[in-house]
Design a protein around this ligand. Structure first.
Ligand code: SF4
Ligand code: SF4
Length: 61
């Protein structure tokens, strides 16, 4: 499961722009992934300039 550290995110929008499923919603100081649409392609993880997105096992969430 792809998780964004909302404490560290600076809401730059880079991940929102790259997501092929268009499933990251950015609203001012709020960011959320629509897990019904996320395919776990991990593109967002690679593009985040401050590396605050990670792929964690469901058991760790
Ligand atoms: S893993 Fe892929 S589909 Fe899921 S939020 Fe990131 S870029 Fe979008
Ligand atoms: S790319 Fe990283 S810092 Fe930018 S909005 Fe996405 S999670 Fe936040």
């Amino acid at each position: 499961m792809i998780v964004i550290d909302k404490e560290e995110c600076d809401y730059c929008g880079t991940c929102v722009a790259i997501c092929p499923e268009n499933c990251i919603d950015l609203l001012e100081q709020e960011i959320d992934i629509d897990y019904d649409l996320c395919t776990e392609c991990k593109l967002c993880i690679y593009v985040c300039p401050i590396e605050v997105i990670s792929d964690v096992a469901a058991a760790e969430v």
